[in-house]
Design a protein around this ligand. Structure first.
Ligand SMILES: [Zn+2]
Length: 421
C-alpha cells in the first residue's frame, strides 16, 4: 500500500466520523448553505459575503490557513451540480476541528485556502445549470455579462492564487472509457490555450491529479476517468489557467448502488489529498505522465435500464416485434422522483445497462405513451402466454399487468421480470 492510499483511508474515516452535512447535495438550497456557513463561522472560520447573484442572493467566500501558497476552489457555477459544495463544507469544518493534528498544522502554515461554494445560488435554487439570466456562467469568462462571472474573475484577479479547482458534476451515465463502469470522478488538468502550452503549474497539476486518483482507487477502482481536453476560449477553467492560476477540473458523476454522500466523501478525500500534496510538496516524486493512465471519459454507451428481447406492443398500430429497450432517468433532486424516458428501441447488444432485465418472456407496452424513443418510460409487462386485446381503452383495468415500471421503480411485480446483472 502506498502512502497516498494509506492517508486516503484515514481521510475517509475522518469524514465518516466527523462530517456535519446532513442532506443529499441535490436537496441543498441557498438557505441550507447559509446554515452550514453559520456553523463554520461559529467554529472560527472566516466566511464573508463577497458578492450577490443576479437575483440578489448572497455569494460567500470561505478562507482558512495562514500560509504563503494560495489555493482557490469554486463549486456549483452550474446550479444543478451540487456535490462539491457539500464536500467543501465538510472539509473546512474538519480542518478547523483538527488543528492539533500535525498534518493539519502543516496545511495551515503552508496554505491559504479560499473557496466559493455555490457560485450560482439562483441556478441552485431552481436546480438548473444556468444563472437567472439564462446564461451559462462557465461560458461567460470573457463576456462577463453575469454578476456571478464578474465576481469570480475579480476574486481571482485580486488574489492571484497559484492553484485552482473548478468543481462540477457530469452526467451520471458517463463511463470510464467505453465500458459499463460509471466515471464516478473525472479529472482534467486544464491548459490556458488551444495548443496546450505546458508550464510548471500544469506539470504540478498532473502530478497532483495522479495522486488523487491513487488515493481514490481503493474506493472506486475503475470508476475514474479523464474529462475531454478541448480548449474553450469562454470557459472559466481555461481562462483561470491563462490568467496565471492553473486549474484542475473535478467532475463528480455517480456510482450505481452508492448515494450522493458517498460521492461527497470521495470529493473530500480528493481535496485533502491534493491540498496535502501541495502543502508538503510530495507530488515532486510523481511522474506527471501517470496522469495519462486514466481512461478517457466516454458517453452514450450506458443506460439506466435495458430490457432485452422485449415483445414490444404498440397497441393501435402494427407492432415492431422483438427489440431491446434502453431507458434513462431524468436528472432531479433526490427528494423528487425521477421520470424515466425511453431513449432507444432496437438491438442494444453493443450497450450496457446499470440494471439489465431479460424481457423475452413478456409483452411490453406503454402505460401512458407508446413505446417509442423520447416517450415516457412508464411500462406494463404481460407474460407472453396471455391472450390480450390490446385495443381496449382501459387496458390496465381489464387485463391486470404482471409487472409495472413507473418512475424507474417496480410498483407491481418486483422480481417478476428476471434481472440479467
Ligand atoms: Zn458543470
Amino acid at each position: 500500500m502506498n502512502v497516498y492510499m494509506q492517508t486516503a483511508q484515514e481521510f475517509a474515516e475522518l469524514w465518516d466520523k466527523e462530517h456535519i452535512t446532513n442532506k443529499f447535495p441535490s436537496n441543498v438550497r441557498h438557505k441550507d448553505l447559509q446554515t452550514y456557513l453559520e456553523g463554520l463561522r461559529k467554529l472560527g472560520v472566516k466566511v464573508e459575503e463577497v458578492g450577490r447573484s443576479y437575483a440578489n442572493r448572497e455569494i460567500y467566500q470561505i478562507e482558512w490557513g495562514k500560509g504563503p501558497k494560495r489555493v482557490f476552489l469554486w463549486s456549483q457555477m452550474h446550479g444543478d451540480e451540487p456535490t462539491a459544495t457539500t464536500a467543501l463544507i465538510d472539509m473546512f469544518t474538519i480542518l478547523q476541528k483538527n488543528r492539533d493534528n500535525d498534518w493539519v498544522k502543516k496545511l495551515e502554515s503552508e496554505l491559504t485556502i479560499r473557496a466559493v461554494p455555490m457560485v450560482n445560488p439562483d441556478g441552485a435554487e431552481l436546480y438548473v445549470r444556468r444563472n437567472l439570466q439564462g446564461i451559462d456562467i462557465n461560458r461567460d469568462a470573457q463576456a462577463l455579462v453575469t454578476p456571478e462571472a464578474r465576481l469570480l474573475k475579480k476574486l481571482r484577479d485580486e488574489w492571484q492564487p497559484e492553484l485552482g479547482f473548478n468543481l462540477h458534476n457530469q452526467n451520471e451515465l458517463t463511463t470510464a472509457g467505453r465500458s459499463n463502469k460509471q466515471a464516478a470522478i473525472s479529472f482534467l488538468v486544464v491548459y490556458g490555450d488551444a495548443p496546450k502550452t505546458e508550464n510548471d503549474g500544469h506539470l504540478r497539476n498532473k502530478r497532483i491529479t495522479a495522486q488523487m486518483s491513487d488515493a481514490l482507487r481503493q474506493f472506486i477502482p475503475g470508476h475514474m476517468a479523464r474529462y475531454p481536453d478541448g480548449f474553450t476560449s469562454t470557459a472559466f477553467g481555461d481562462n483561470f489557467s491563462a490568467w496565471g492560476t492553473p486549474v484542475i477540473l473535478i467532475e463528480t458523476g455517480a456510482l450505481h448502488g452508492k448515494d450522493e454522500m458517498f460521492l461527497v466523501k470521495m470529493n473530500f478525500v480528493a481535496f485533502l489529498t491534493a491540498l496535502r500534496s501541495h502543502a508538503d510538496g510530495s507530488n515532486h516524486t510523481i511522474d506527471p505522465a501517470r496522469y495519462f493512465e486514466l481512461p478517457n471519459n466516454a458517453s452514450g454507451g450506458l443506460f439506466h435500464f435495458i430490457f432485452r428481447g422485449a415483445n414490444v406492443v404498440l397497441r393501435y398500430e402494427p407492432s415492431i416485434g422483438v427489440a431491446d429497450l434502453g431507458l434513462n432517468l431524468e436528472r432531479r433532486r433526490a427528494e423528487f422522483p425521477s421520470p424515466t424516458k425511453i431513449r432507444q428501441v432496437g438491438d442494444l447488444a453493443a450497450y450496457y445497462g446499470l440494471d439489465e432485465y431479460d424481457a423475452s418472456g413478456f409483452f411490453v407496452t406503454g402505460r401512458v405513451e407508446p413505446v417509442k424513443p423520447g416517450n415516457m418510460g412508464e411500462l406494463l409487462f404481460y407474460k407472453k402466454d396471455r391472450k390480450i386485446d390490446w385495443t381496449v381503452p382501459d387496458l390496465e383495468k381489464q387485463y391486470e399487468p404482471d409487472a409495472i415500471l413507473s418512475f424507474g421503480k417496480w410498483i407491481k411485480g418486483a422480481g417478476v421480470v428476471p434481472k440479467k446483472n
